[in-house]
Design a protein around this ligand. Sequence first.
Ligand SMILES: [Zn+2]
Length: 439
Amino acid sequence: MTHIDTLLHARWIIPVSEGDPCLLDHSIAIHEDRILRIMPTETAKSTYKASVEQAYTQHALIPGLINAHTHAAMSLFRGLSDDIALMDWLQNHIWPAESKWVNEDFVQCGTELAIAEMLRSGTTCFNDMYFFPDITARVAKSAGIRACVGLIVIDFPTVWASNAEEYIEKGIAVHDNFRGDELITTTFAPHAPYTVSDKPLEKIRSFAHEMDIPITMHIHETAHEVAQAVEKTGIRPLHRLNQLGLVNPSLLAVHMTQIEQDEIDMLASSGCHVVHCPESNLKLASGFCPVAELHKRGINLALGTDGAASNNDLDMLGEMRSAALLAKGVAADPTALPATAALRMATINGAKALGIDDKVGTLETGKHADIVAINMNSIETTPVYDPVSHLVYSCGRDQITDVWIAGRHVMKNRVLTGLDETDIRRQAQQWSRKIGSEE
Ligand SMILES: [Zn+2]
């Protein structure tokens, strides 16, 4: 018998690896931070002796969900300003609220709140874009969640930096501080084509190349954005970014609700990634990303919730369902984006976009043990013919019972082991009293 750290037995294991079906009555052997082996439970019991052995007899084990685009700290603005258009929302509500309230404590508190919600929803990795990325990284690391921290760049001054130069400098310092960290990676995160000018974008391109990190950017979020750019510059934003050398396999193009045929060709041939945020796009009526068509063209599609101020939750199970349903509606094709494809968007495709697919995104030998257990034994998911179908179309996030990240048990029977939920709620309520009293 080989002695290992953890042995998880499960009714179903859904590895999401290429060609791997749903495995029945299998087990995952974990040692230190890695998956050692996945095998039939009978074999596991006669091969391994584990310090912790747990049977999940009514559960499905899946890879941790990867939220490929969010603004974690904005959870403190959840429900502050709803039911208005993107530009009105940004210019008259969110940006003024940010300039008034965002500081280090706001980012610390909002990020903790977001991480608690994400862990309780089965998210084990998030790609963030916000001010004070140093604090986001520190909070994520101490909570034990994997994070790809966006080094935000925007032309105008905020409490984080006063000009594009300074954003870039401070971002590089954050990258250097967390270089080689097990849980924290970085991306450059220029906000959008309409808020970052050519010069800083060129610098970002060359630094990102040198530092070997991706670039995340909101692109073609609305028709208004594209029309305004054409009026001002005579060229659509994606074409401008292409001229600047940014449309390549390092780019995560977030939203992309407005795409012409030649732009689909450009996305496909460049190898860049598209991050679909269906619920934020629906709520702000931003438009529809033609997911089924992009999928057919072999473009890597990841999935994000966007921030809790425009969604208004960070629920990746819900996001998968919205993505699968919306893709069918938009394509007028019920076979568009089947459940397995939606699950890939929320796992391995996100890992590919962030350049961490060698570590996470599937359940396979040698990968880091980022695992989520979902209890299928509830009225809402009975009977079970196909657990993948349930994951996408029926399960609620309250059915998620346990979460492991790099082999650490970060949620045990719905209790977070590294975060104080009562304290997080108390601090968030204090912030909401301040913000709400002046709105
Ligand atoms: Zn966003």
